[in-house]
Design a protein around this ligand. Structure first.
Ligand code: FE2
Ligand code: FE2
Length: 265
């Protein structure tokens, strides 16, 4: 029988080994509470990109779809296998870019949901197509199959994300932001029923600067010279996530909350 609501777990950017271990532990304990698990994987392998092996390994823990971002191109071996392991890359790259920016899934109970990954243009490096115009076209395409749509908007600035949230309100079921690695305390339901949070945060080293060893980042600020970023491998692990309930009939969010688990050892 089809459920009346969908319980969705979204995991923030998985950063390297601590992130992978934390996510595995979290899913071991909580996977059964959710109908769908989506995770941003752009920092999974060595902090940049996701390798084919790590995608395979994490998929087995119960992640249904991976979203990503600007770092997705850093591990080359995943590129021919993006579709095979349900790894999305941002939708608004130029035509001809490998992979897909969206996926429509049919869950165990027969419910169909579309997941879209799209990237902002402010302070994000190489310019991409307009995320607002691109996503509008993609939503129309997906709506022919399902009215349930979940969006990961990978962007730097809070203003671009908030604007996208209101732009999508009533058009999609939920939008979560990613990329900044710090969870924002603003999970909310927008006026027309779209669930929203500016950033989901990250899964990785708790005592770090966005996953990187703090002393290296402090040094780059003090010296104004570039340095090789080394991922923090010690200390507690944070698993930042967003729990979303979507009413299947109305396709609206009925509950959204950003939260985290902290593993001390
Ligand atoms: Fe990231
Ligand atoms: Fe990013």
């Amino acid at each position: 029988m089809q459920n009346s609501s969908l319980q969705i777990l979204f995991l923030g950017d998985i950063v390297s080994k601590l992130g992978r271990q934390g996510v595995k532990r979290f899913l071991h304990d909580h996977r059964d509470s959710y109908d769908l698990v989506i995770a941003n994987c752009e920092n999974t392998s060595g902090g940049k990109g996701i390798s084919k092996n790590h995608a395979m390994d994490l998929k087995e823990t119960g992640i249904d779809v991976f979203t990503s971002g600007n770092h997705i191109w850093r591990k080359k071996d995943i590129i021919p296998h993006l579709e095979e392991y349900s790894v999305l890359r941002p939708l608004n790259y130029p035509p001809g870019t490998p992979g897909y920016g969206s996926k429509v899934l049919t869950l165990e109970d027969g419910t169909t949901i579309g997941v879209i990954n799209i990237m902002g243009r402010i302070f994000m490096g190489n310019p991409t197509d307009c995320p607002f115009r691109s996503i509008e076209t993609e939503i129309q395409r997906i709506k022919e199959k399902t009215s349930l749509i979940f969006v990961d908007f990978h962007a730097e600035t809070t203003s671009e994300k908030k604007a996208m949230g209101f732009f999508l309100d009533g058009k999609v079921s939920c939008m979560v932001g990613t990329h900044t690695h710090i969870q924002t305390h603003d999970s909310q339901i927008l006026p027309k029923g779209t669930g929203y949070i500016t950033d989901a945060g990250m899964c990785g080293a708790y005592q770090s600067v966005l996953g990187v060893k703090s002393e290296i980042i402090i040094d780059t600020y003090l010296t104004q010279r570039p340095a090789l970023f080394e991922i923090e491998t010690k200390g507690p692990t944070i698993v930042s996530y967003v729990h979303v309930d979507i009413d299947i009939e109305s396709a609206k969010t009925t509950y959204i909350r950003g939260d985290y688990a902290l593993y001390e050892d």
